[in-house]
Design a binder for this molecule. Structure first.
Ligand SMILES: NC(=O)c1ccc[n+]([C@@H]2O[C@H](COP(=O)([O-])OP(=O)(O)OC[C@H]3O[C@@H](n4cnc5c(N)ncnc54)[C@H](O)[C@@H]3O)[C@@H](O)[C@H]2O)c1
Length: 250
């Protein structure tokens, strides 16, 4: 599937991440169908898309989105409980809970239903993409990459694109194109069996380990570790819940 052939995106799992992922792609002009197994989740996600903290209504009020784009986002997003509703999608972005067996099963079902040339991607936080793709056909493995967004998706522009040795150049180019269209900061990552997480979560986990070690060794208090990172590196928050800013001297 070439980039310019992609028109219809299927988002599987309409929870915290799926709703945001649908919103940014609908804003980029794609038709988006969200599939979940819960009607309540679909209703809540529709509500959040329009009225939520990161929804289009507030974005228009804050001057971050034009009224026409907001109207387009709402019109571009459909909701379904049926997997068959994704049959003619060109690109699938999976955002079901972080369990390998569940993701493998979801992709095996999608493989049987979604058209053969469609691209499959997973928003896993850290599972090896080749394992998630373990139960799809050999052809689909070539059309499979990771697409890891950061929460809240409408606000955080990062998108790690994780490529496997099987991912074709055409597939990677198409996914990079779509991510750019959705105004993402694309960070390329090589899928690596035996590791957990890509760039963002590995670097953060390493920093968190150091922070805990500093406290355990009695070198500094949790508050002072947080204070150092917030005031010295401009991090929005530390590791231990201490916050600077309004009402604090630091
Ligand atoms: N929440 C975050 O901050 C964050 C950030 C980056 C990546 N992720 C990753 O994104 C994925 C989803 O996380 P989330 O926080 O959105 O989870 P969530 O629990 O909010 O949403 C998951 C949704 O998937 C639905 N679901 C379960 N089985 C399904 C199926 N078979 N078909 C369709 N829908 C199904 C659930 O009903 C639920 O609405 C996970 O892999 C997670 O690691 C999460």
């Amino acid at each position: 599937m070439k980039a310019e052939q992609i028109r219809h995106i299927g988002v599987v799992g309409g929870g915290v991440m799926g709703g945001g992922i649908a919103q940014i792609h609908a804003a980029a002009g794609y038709r988006v169908t969200i599939r979940d197994i819960s009607q309540q989740i679909l209703d809540d996600t529709r509500e959040a898309l329009i009225e939520g903290k990161w929804g289009v209504k507030r974005a228009v009020e804050k001057g971050k989105m034009g009224f026409d784009t907001a109207t387009q986002v709402i019109a571009n997003v459909d909701f379904t409980l049926e997997i068959e509703g994704l049959g003619d999608c060109d690109l699938i972005i999976e955002a079901v809970p972080e369990k390998l067996e569940l993701k493998q099963q979801v992709f095996a079902e999608l493989d049987a239903v979604v058209k053969a040339d469609a691209i499959f991607t997973s928003n896993t936080s850290g599972i090896v993409i080749q394992e998630i793709a373990g139960k799809v056909s050999e052809q689909r493995k070539q059309q499979f990459v990771g697409m890891h967004f950061s929460n809240p998706v409408p606000v955080m522009s990062m998108c790690e694109i994780i490529t496997t040795p099987q991912s074709t150049e055409e597939t990677v180019d198409a996914v990079v194109f779509v991510a750019n269209a959705a105004k993402r900061a694309v960070c390329m990552v090589r899928d690596t069996p035996g590791t957990r997480g890509f760039i963002l979560n590995r670097v953060f986990a390493a920093a968190a380990r150091e922070a805990r070690q500093i406290v355990e060794d009695g070198i500094a208090t949790p508050e002072d570790v947080d204070k150092a990172m917030i005031t010295g590196r401009n991090w929005p928050a530390g590791f231990f819940g201490a916050r600077g800013g309004i009402g604090k001297q630091w």
